[in-house]
Design a protein. Sequence first.
Length: 301
Amino acid sequence: MIPPIKISLAKFFLLLLTSSLWSCRLHTGGEAKVTSPAIDATSTALAPVSEKALRMSYIGNMGVLFESDTSTLLIDGLHEFYRPTYAFPDPATVAQLIEGNYLGFSSLEAVLFTHPHRDHFSATYSRDFLQQNPSGMLLGPPQVVEEVKAATAEELGVGLQAVGYDGGVAHFLQAQISIKGVRCEHVNPNRHSAIQNIAYLIDLAGHSILHIGDTNWEQVSPAFEALGLPEKKVDVAVLPYWMLLSDDSAQLIKQWIAPRQLVATHLPPDYRVADQEALRKRFPGVVPLVEIGERFDYHGQ
Ligand SMILES: [Zn+2]
């Protein structure tokens, strides 16, 4: 069930004011937004985009592909069918990502996972990525790394690395990508306390990206403080949509993150258009990711 959005009129107008900063940064629509699946390489001519822009594509559930200046990063994008309520990329799309043929993007330098749940992570696809990209990096919490190792008897190289789960910030450098990861408890700890979830703050060719996996406001404070929020600038924040639904979510987003671009993920494939519109009303400029293959660009300042 989608929790209903409750908001007072006064708060609504406050939201309109506070979130207007985000609304003008995004350039969707026109030629840059391609909603056809990426697997059809013959039907789509992409508009030329500045090398310095941050280009993004929706891969499924919380999976987002980022590229700027030929540095390419995928977060929570390699996973298979788990349950009908979770969108996932088809095998052809996964093959393109792993082989570096995804339309409009170059080969992946880094693949990150927030946690090992099946709507975010596949050990088999992770193994395939590492085997086909010997210089690629693959990061996740220790539980992810253990599962990837268990998926093959072969040596997977130095690209497979765990983000420690002791509360300290782990820092990785790969190509032009700086990646900081830290423990950030999974939402609903009564049920998922055993699951290791990582929040990432990434600098990709000068663009800062926050992706926090499956968590919630009750869990994020230690991770956000460790990552230097709210002082650190965040260009693009990728949040699970439930973190946008509570009465105080606008205030919390402004207080902790103040992103220039807000992206709502983990939306069920049948998330109603009316609910998407409600999100857009609360957060003008928000990008709710629904259609797999959808692309958009962030041009920043
Ligand atoms: Zn999860």
